[in-house]
Design a protein around this ligand. Sequence first.
Ligand code: FES
Ligand code: FE
Length: 426
Amino acid sequence: MDIKSLVDPEGGLINRRIFADPEIYALERERVFARCWLYLGHESEVPNPGDFVTAYMGEEPVILWRDLNGRIGAYLNLCRHRGNRVCRADRGNARILTCSYHGWSYTSDGKLALVPMIDAFRELEREKWGLIPVAQVDSYKGLIFGTFDPEAPSLTEYLGDMAWYLDILLDRREGGTEVSGPHRWVLDANWKTAAENFGGDGYHIFSTHGSARELGIDTTTNQTRQWNQGCQIACGNGHILVSWITPPDGGPWFAQPDDELVRYMKEHAAEIESRLGTMRARKISPSAGTVFPNFSIHWLTRTIRVWHPRGPDKMEIWSWAVVDKAAPQAIKEKMRFVSQYRFSPSGVFEQDDMDNWAQVTGAAKSLIGRSYPANYQMSGNEPPIALDLPGRTMSRFSDNNQLNLYMHWAKVLEAKNWDEIKSAAS
Ligand code: FES
Ligand code: FE
């Protein structure tokens, strides 16, 4: 399959096949989801020895489990005997998980501990039949990621410049963050429609979310209408975000979607600036972004989410609210409310977005429509950004970020291994 021919960055054209084709999806499972670093969960979800949550890496079910020595590991949620799921719970605490089929039991470090009627097996070498581990697991300021590929670069290298922007959500206050959730729901849309939207589609806000603005139920708009400057930023490795450039008297309270949160941010502005520095506390304010391939963040409304693929034309969305650990309880509640009010299955913005992504995916299945490419020709007409920021800054209303995402996607899909991904020109 000639993947590169599906993405034409010079012409600004994307072949609609990439949003619904089963063959492309099969390759994505292998080359994207079995190779890249994927979000597994937050450290605050597994604070104690024995704590676990179940998650997915692509379509692979996994258990994220803190062992009795405090080390976090991740394992395929698959019993080595016949393949039954070892863990059926969403979360919990266990020293041992026992498979419900024949009773094989595994300890929190993934080892096979107990096999009923073991004497009836000829020579079962228990040490060879532990849970299948996720090859690399690491965390960045509370966010735990894993990759099935032992050859993948370190998480730090993988995140690259994107980590500097993630700090603006994760490292504002002492103690970092904690999460609540996830909300989970299924949508008839390809996962990339959401990943590209969160990665920089400032263009859709006026029409898609116009009703929220007209009704006056989006309180961020007052500030951003009066001061409407920003940029797209491509961080490399397919990571992309869109950010406001804040006004000269701006600060971490800029465009906060609630008066109480504006007050909270003003109260803690000095601490935030001392942790993040002036540029990240006062000059920029990221809105939304995507860590390649399927982890997205909305800084302002404090949602993080995974677009789990469920076939070429379906995804399962998992969405958490992120709050500062050091915030008073009332502020945490407000932050959670703000997050869910806008982005959750019933969120005022989420509902607007979801319908569009399903329609875009539908177009990729249209007998006639799929032979016409999708348009990504918006190149932007705003003046260049004067700030010296990590990554490549581009016009906010453009398709540069989206094309950047798809060029990286094509590169990962074509490459046979990580050496080829690294050596291919971006
Ligand atoms: Fe798990 Fe048999 S499938 S014990
Ligand atoms: Fe939107």
